[in-house]
Ligand binder design. Structure first.
Ligand code: B1M
Length: 219
């Protein structure tokens, strides 16, 4: 691994927010693509932290420190990604949030940043969002797409509840519901009747564009 990516990964694994922020600044100063810094550096660190946590080699306070370091880097890189987005025309309106009971937001924020930088208008409801909140916001802003992130196997059920709430409310099929998050699969998306699934933020952008092209926009 390139030494800069290695240092980024290490800053997250060691839970050092100041070091992570410094490396993010350095990456921008060296004209590195911010998404490369995320995908090849900082995210490698947080994924590895998650694996160590899963094996019982890291404890929750350690994982929290790793997440703080990751967030410190994202705080510097995300505004730059938005700034670099050249597209000015609004491609569509997207309501985003993490499923009820789930407080993981790093991936969801990255999806929001990439979509926003590429011309989508984002309404980010934050974490632990109920189906009713998704429906109310989608109605209020006349959303084209609603995206629900879930990182826990237990909160994936919240994605299903959102699909059902949109069906009950008569907002589908006009509004498309897309899902993602570490534990989510295309099979799960199919099972719950979602309109799409993506594995990462770049694929989420392609998916959102494809849904808009297929006629998600009606208003
Ligand atoms: Co948590 N956590 N965590 N955690 N955490 C996981 C998810 C876990 C897999 C770790 C493990 O055990 N190996 C595990 C879940 C197991 C399971 O259910 N299968 C777990 C657990 C158990 C927990 C707690 C229950 C721990 C506890 O309290 N005992 C607790 C739950 C709290 C809650 O939500 N109620 C908890 C807490 C936390 C922290 C607070 C410490 C912190 C979150 C900080 C924050 O987000 N603000 C945290 C972290 C950091 C993780 C891991 C290590 C990393 C997640 C992350 O940020 N990844 C995670 C392990 C892992 O996922 N490998 C883990 C980086 C991010 C860029 O990727 O979020 O996957 P990701 O997003 C990607 C794609 O998934 C996709 O695009 C993104 C960018 O490419 N994507 C979408 C995401 N959302 C999308 C939506 C879309 C489309 C694509 O469309 C709408």
């Amino acid at each position: 691994m390139n030494p800069m990516f290695q240092a980024m990964c290490q800053s997250v694994l060691e839970g050092m927010p100041d070091r992570a922020a410094e490396l993010a600044q350095q990456a921008l100063a060296e004209r590195m693509e911010p998404l490369d810094a995320v995908n090849q550096g900082f995210a490698v660190g947080i994924t590895s932290a998650g694996e160590q946590f899963g094996r019982g080699e890291l404890f929750l306070p350690d994982l929290l420190a790793c997440a703080e370091a990751m967030k410190a880097a994202m705080k510097i890189l995300e505004p730059e990604m938005i700034k670099r987005g050249s597209q000015r025309e609004v491609l569509g309106k997207v309501v985003l949030g993490t499923a009820r009971g789930d407080i993981h937001d790093i991936g969801k924020n990255l999806v929001a940043t990439i979509l926003s930088a590429s011309g989508f208008e984002i309404f980010d409801l934050g974490t632990s969002v109920t189906p009713e909140q998704f429906v109310a916001k989608a109605r209020q802003v006349n959303a084209d797409i609603v995206g629900i992130s879930a990182l826990l196997t237990t909160t994936m059920a919240g994605q299903k509840a959102v699909v059902e709430a949109f069906d009950r409310d008569g907002l589908r099929p006009r509004v498309k519901v897309i899902v993602g998050g570490a534990a989510v699969t295309a099979k799960w998306a199919d099972e719950i009747g979602a309109d799409g699934f993506s594995r990462n933020a770049s694929d989420a952008l392609e998916l959102a564009k494809m849904l808009m092209a297929r006629g998600a926009v009606t208003a």
